[in-house]
Design a protein around this ligand. Structure first.
Ligand code: HEC
Ligand code: HEC
Ligand code: HEC
Length: 394
């Protein structure tokens, strides 16, 4: 009896998976729900608040309700909003909505998405909160310029993988079709660059495709560092596991990336996960041939002083004093001398970046999360907390 129930469970499960429409799948890949669904709210009935320089803006109700939602959007209106960032009434959408990435979506994917939103998403009459900008339309005009500068270049379905450096020793070059699919998913619907690519002064991402070295080179987002995806060093299976489950043999995910995994990447087909990992790993020539899992074992634990000179002294100096206006001094620095070393440990793990202002370019410290073992990090932390006259607070 038990076996029969289990067998039925399996049937139901695969039945459900097969019944998913192409549009529903694309909505997951593009993670529309991440912004358009409030915690505990009805699906796609509106959600996240974005604080902008001119006031707060809310991700709107995009269910097919005629009055509160987008029920009166034609296929053309929908395409304009998603790929060009222009709402039905003609106002430009704030770039929190990742249309510069969605601009690359193919006509077919837009068609499927439109069908899904019109026919499958339940209509909800939840009203959009009023945007807190009374002079909204006049404040929006600079976005037209923003659009003109950064969005027009992208063409539907067109992605640039850049020069794929396959390395001399590679036995196996990545398959071109797989790479192209991966580039499409990452640069287009997956909008991975929205968090992983640094942004310039006007909030535009500094690059939208693999032809620039800045694309996916790492960025701060809401107090988290979304690390560079250009030098990932792990076997493709581990990367797929991370995107499917948020953990792998050697790694784990936390923070805003967890939401990306729960709402989006966990639903990707194995083929699409394979495509994304082969594209991302192609940035790092070392990865073209899968590295054995032994490759992850790096060094046996080293003392703090040696680690400091290996990883930190180039920038912070042997005397810990850094460089004026570029690299902070670690001497008598409150982050180092704090009673609780948590911030110091997070900085070592995640790296750091100076805020970019009009007068200065931003400087970055790399992340060392996977570079040192726990024991090595402890040695390093104890070393910097007890050197150059540093005394930790009691
Ligand atoms: C990272 C957050 C984010 C994601 C992901 C996102 N959106 Fe949006 N979207 C927004 C915000 C914010 C607005 C409102 C912008 C404004 O008012 O200027 C918006 C506006 C819209 C509008 C205009 C709605 C109206 O009221 O006229 C449509 C249509 C839309 N989004 C569709 C989508 C679809 C379809 C997806 C997935 C393919 C998606 N969005 C993914 C943030 C997002
Ligand atoms: C909402 C912001 C956001 C989006 C969108 C996003 N990421 Fe992330 N991602 C992060 C943050 C923050 C981290 C660091 C957290 C961690 O590693 O635990 C991260 C970590 C990762 C890691 C782990 C890197 C490592 O060295 O361990 C991978 C792989 C990754 N992201 C891939 C992707 C891919 C692929 C996409 C697009 C499908 C994507 N991310 C979209 C914010 C984001
Ligand atoms: C490539 C240059 C570079 C390397 C290598 C580097 N750092 Fe940094 N570090 C920086 C920069 C730039 C900042 C400032 C970032 C900011 O403003 O958030 C910084 C910030 C810090 C801070 C925070 C200081 C403060 O006052 O906010 C600490 C602590 C730190 N680094 C420790 C280390 C340790 C330990 C290592 C070695 C594991 C290391 N750094 C390696 C460039 C570097």
């Amino acid at each position: 009896m038990k076996q029969i129930v289990m067998a039925m469970g399996c049937l139901l499960f695969t039945g459900n998976a097969a019944a998913q429409s192409a549009g529903e799948y694309m909505a997951k890949v593009s993670d529309c729900a991440a912004c358009h669904t409030a915690v505990g709210g009805q699906p796609m009935a509106g959600g996240k608040k974005f604080s902008t320089p001119v006031g707060d803006i809310y991700a709107t109700n995009i269910t097919p309700d005629k009055t509160s939602g987008i029920g009166d959007y034609t296929r053309q209106d929908f395409e304009k909003a998603v790929r060009q960032g222009i709402a039905k009434d003609g106002h430009p959408l704030y770039p929190a909505m990742p249309y510069p990435s969605y601009a690359k979506m193919t006509d077919k994917d837009i068609d499927d998405l439109y069908d899904y939103f019109m026919k499958e998403v339940p209509a909800s009459n939840v009203k959009n909160p009023r945007n807190e900008i009374p002079w909204l339309l006049s404040a929006r005009w600079p976005l037209h310029i923003w659009n003109w500068l950064f969005v027009d270049e992208a063409k539907a379905g067109e992605v640039k993988t850049g020069e794929v450096k396959t390395g001399e020793t590679s036995a196996k070059k990545p398959d071109a079709t797989l790479l192209a699919r991966g580039a499409y998913l990452v640069e287009g619907p997956g909008h991975c660059g929205a968090c992983h690519t640094p942004r310039g002064v006007t909030m535009q991402e500094k690059a939208y495709d693999g032809s620039s070295d800045l694309f996916l080179s790492g960025a701060m987002i809401d107090g988290w560092y979304a690390p560079s995806l250009r030098n990932l060093s792990m076997p493709p299976e581990e990367l797929k596991d991370l995107l499917r489950m948020g953990r792998s043999q050697h790694g784990a995910i936390s923070g805003p990336m967890s939401e990306v995994i729960t709402q989006s990447t966990q639903y990707l087909t194995d083929g699409d996960l394979e495509a994304i990992s082969s594209y991302l790993l192609s940035f790092n020539p070392k990865n073209v041939t899968p590295v054995s899992s032994d490759g992850a074992v790096r060094y046996s634990p080293t003392d703090g002083k040696t680690l400091y000179s290996m990883y930190c002294s180039t920038c912070h100096g042997d005397d810990g004093k850094g460089k004026d206006f570029t690299v902070p001094s670690l001497v008598n620095n409150s982050i180092i001398t704090a009673k609780d070393p948590a911030s110091l440990i997070s900085i070592i793990n995640q790296g750091a970046e100076t805020p970019q202002t009009q007068g200065n370019i931003s400087w970055k410290m790399p992340a060392y999360k996977d570079v040192m073992s726990k024991e090595e990090k402890d040695n390093l932390v104890n070393y910097v907390r007890g050197t150059w006259g540093n005394k930790t607070d009691k």
